[in-house]
Design a protein around this ligand. Structure first.
Ligand SMILES: C[S@@+](CC[C@H](N)C(=O)[O-])C[C@H]1O[C@@H](n2cnc3c(N)ncnc32)[C@H](O)[C@@H]1O
Length: 274
């Protein structure tokens, strides 16, 4: 198994227990929200209408986003995640909330599901930041039918440039270069995160067969408190920072059909950033 996939699976198996309580809170509501500060989907409009459509979630974790989309009327939802501990939580919540759907153990880089079998692919802090984008974005395109939509949320570029290595909150100072950003590792932690600059992401989405529909910056609302990490003890980001800069951003893209693929100019020859 690839080193980043094995490291991330180990990390998520170790930390899965911390996400049971937040997972249960999310399963307990029908309102779709996004990001650390729970911004309502009604304010952002990131999702297409999923009614009657086949949906796959890449990096589903505890599975609440899939559950929300099933409750919104999706014809089918499938959750994909490489980590046993997270899938065990998802299975537990499916039983608790009487909402079963298929769960598949796999990384976003190599999903054992048929080509062109979904209308919508989503990822909320799943494959979006834990899988190598040079592999999971082409994989998402393979899974989607022509015209199918991809929606994924990860940390914003500005957050990644301002955050610190030791988990303390981001400051107003940039701490690392944007040039060459892509693969992020942390002291004393086997996990690897992937965050591309906007230019690199646009080029990669296009080279993977997508047209870019939108990039939505997710800012904290006026009435929210500072956010802590899931343990509740360590401050993650202050509400004041997150009202001025987005902690997360949501990409929306559509899989091009064969005709528009043939019309598109050749993908950039620029080498991948990492
Ligand atoms: C913060 S959780 C996000 C999932 C979900 N939104 C939740 O909060 O339960 C991150 C998930 O990404 C998964 N993950 C780790 N490596 C991955 C990979 N290579 N491909 C897809 N998902 C991965 C982890 O197992 C974990 O369940």
């Amino acid at each position: 198994m690839d080193e980043s996939i094995a490291g991330n699976r180990a990390h998520w198996n170790t930390t899965a227990d911390h996400w049971v309580a937040p997972g249960r809170r999310s399963w307990s509501t029908d309102e779709v929200t996004w990001g650390t500060f729970g911004v309502p989907e009604a304010d952002l409009g990131a999702l297409p209408d999923v009614t009657g459509r086949d949906v796959v979630e890449l990096g589903c974790g505890t599975g609440y986003l899939s559950a929300w989309l099933a409750r919104r009327g999706a014809a089918s939802v499938v959750g994909v995640d490489p980590t046993e501990g997270q899938l065990a939580s998802a299975r537990r919540f499916q039983a608790e909330f009487a909402l079963p759907f298929p769960l598949v153990q796999a990384a976003g880089e190599a999903v054992p599901l048929r080509d062109a079998s979904f209308d919508v692919a989503v990822s909320e802090y799943g494959a979006a930041i834990w899988a190598d984008p040079h592999r999971w974005l082409p994989e998402a395109a393979r899974l989607l039918r022509p015209g199918g939509e991809l929606v994924f949320l990860g940390n914003s570029v500005v957050f990644m440039l301002c955050c610190q290595d030791d988990d303390s909150p981001p400051t107003e100072q940039m701490r690392r270069p944007q040039r060459g950003m892509g693969r992020f590792t942390w002291p004393d932690d086997p996990s690897v995160e992937f965050h591309l600059s906007h230019g690199d992401m646009v080029r990669l989405l296009r080279a993977s067969g997508f047209e870019v529909l939108d990039l939505i910056e997710v800012y904290a609302g006026d009435d929210v408190a500072d956010a802590t990490l899931c343990s509740g003890e360590v401050e993650f980001v202050s509400a004041e920072w997150a009202r001025r800069w987005p902690v997360e951003e949501i990409w929306r893209a559509r899989k091009r059909d064969e005709v528009s693929l043939a019309r598109t100019e050749r993908p950039s020859r620029r080498p991948p950033p990492f």
